[in-house]
Structures are given as C-alpha cells and as structure tokens.
Write a protein that binds this ligand. Sequence first.
Ligand code: PBG
Length: 325
Amino acid sequence: MKDLQFKRHRRLRRTDSMRALVRETHLRTEDLIYPIFVVEGEDIKNPVASMPGVHQVSLDHLNEEMDELVRLDIKSVIVFGVPAEKDDVGSQAYHEEGIVQRAIRQIKEGFPSLTVIADTCLCQYTDHGHCGIVRDGDIVNDESLTYITKTAITQAEAGADIIAPSNMMDGFVAAIREGLDEAGFSHIPVMSYAVKYASSFYGPFRDAAHSSPQFGDRRAYQMDPANRLEALREAVSDVEEGADFLIVKPALAYLDIMREVKDRFNLPLVAYNVSGEYSMIKAAAQNGWVNEEEIVLEKLTSMKRAGADLIITYFAKDAARWLNQ
Ligand code: PBG
C-alpha cells in the first residue's frame, strides 16, 4: 500500500460546505423561463391531461399565474396562444386582437418587470396544423416568411420583449429581423429556435396547444434527430441572420448538441426542456418511482453544465420553489 500512487479526488467531496465550495454549475431562478398557454374564453383554467400541473388559462386567470411567477422570483415567461378559430393562413397568429397579442399587452401592463417572450409560429393557428403555409400539400418556405414576420411585428407592437420564432422555415431570422427593424423595433431581440429537431418529445405540447399536424408530419422542416453537423449549419445561418439568442430543442436527449453550439457561438444559449421530458418525470414521480425534486434539479443543472444559459421549462415554478427553500 505504501508505494501505491493515486489521486485523492474525494478530498473535495467530504462535507456539504466543501462540495459547495467546488461546485461548478449553479441553477438560479433567473435562468428559468416559464411557458404559459393562453386560451380564448372566460374563467378557464383547463388542466392539460398529459402534463400534470400545467393549465391552459383564459385572460381573466392570467394575472394570478403572473403573480405566482413574480412571488417565486421567475423573471421571464414565454407565451403560447390557443386561438378559438383557425384558418389556412393562421390569421389569428398575426391579428392585433389575437389571443397572444392580448395576453402580452395584459402582462406588460400588470407586470412590467417580467420579460415577455412571444413564441412565433403558425401551427396553433392554422387549420392544417403546420408551421407554415401549405400549397399543394407542401409547406412552402418563402410565402410562410411573410406571415411569420407579420406575426412577429404584431407581437412586438403588443409589447413583447423578445421574439422567439419556432417555425423552422429557412430565413426566418433574416425576415423577422428586417420586418422588426422596418417597423421600428430594432431594439427587440430575436431568440431563435435555431436547432429544432422533429421530436416525439413534443407530443404532450400538441395536446396543450392543439397544434398537431392534420396531415403528414414536420420532418420536411424540423431536423432529423440523427444529425449533428446540420445543427451547426442551422446555428451558423441564424447567427449570420442576426439572432440574439440560440435555442436548442429538445434539451435532454440533445445535450451534446448544446455543448457544441455553446463552444462555437458566443450568443446566450437557451435549452428548451420540452413537454415530453416534463411528462415522463411527472408520470414517474406520481408513481413514486423517482424523487421528483432531486431528479428535476439534477436534469436542469445538467442542461446548464452542457452550456445552456437559460432554460425554458414547465418545471420553472416547481424548481423555483425548491431553489428558494
Ligand atoms: C411550435 C412549437 C412546438 C413546441 C414549441 N413550439 C411544437 C412543435 O413543433 O410541434 C414544442 C414544445 C414542447 O414540446 O414543450 N412550433
């Protein structure tokens, strides 16, 4: 034993305070972005069956939700609209009195200190459920940009602090940037869903947002989960087109991609901890199979360790509660 040569890593793990001293990654409530689903109508607080703890709320219940976020020290929210009416071009997405535009106005009026992020997509608003305009069964790129840009501008007019386009059409950052600048919103940043995979982890969200495609799937615009270089190409073009933040989505199965994007680009990086990742843990926790608090904080910390600066997560309120304890 006397001549045995080895390193004693355990010296730094002996006590709680020693472990705190050498901890490399910290999760803060400021890192968390809470997604909210706003629905038309009155007195609605509709639980999403596949996402325990998540509700669709009508505007008359929105302030309660925002009060809770402020109490928990969460500083930002991303807004998804569930419109009453859909049509082939998603006109409720860019209507001045659309559900999202009204929600944004209401939040900014009551809670000016919250950062309001608008998800900019058409899929909740189109009757075919695709993220762009459909012509002869194809999701056409350039025509879709016109509608997406209109949507971004009306969201900025309503008071959105950040525009977050998630539609995966080519050129959406360039088009939105130009549209915002021309409309007098050169100060409004674009948080691009730069790297978005065609993922089965979005299943529960499509229940919550009523946004499932009515024919086909999204694989002609969202990315193949098998691809890594393609993710870097997507990120390069969004950076060149003027994105201010980059999102990688989903998060948990794509931590490798997050690390590479973080190492290559010096923009704030956002992890989208998506609906399926939430539902899986909720289901296991409800069965008593995992310790929810520990597993949630572990996975959110892993996302930060992988390079994420911010995390969009349905766990934001739970995590803030645990962090504040
Ligand atoms: C809209 C959009 C989706 C999500 C966020 N924005 C769904 C999709 O692309 O089908 C998914 C979020 C989640 O699963 O939590 N394009």
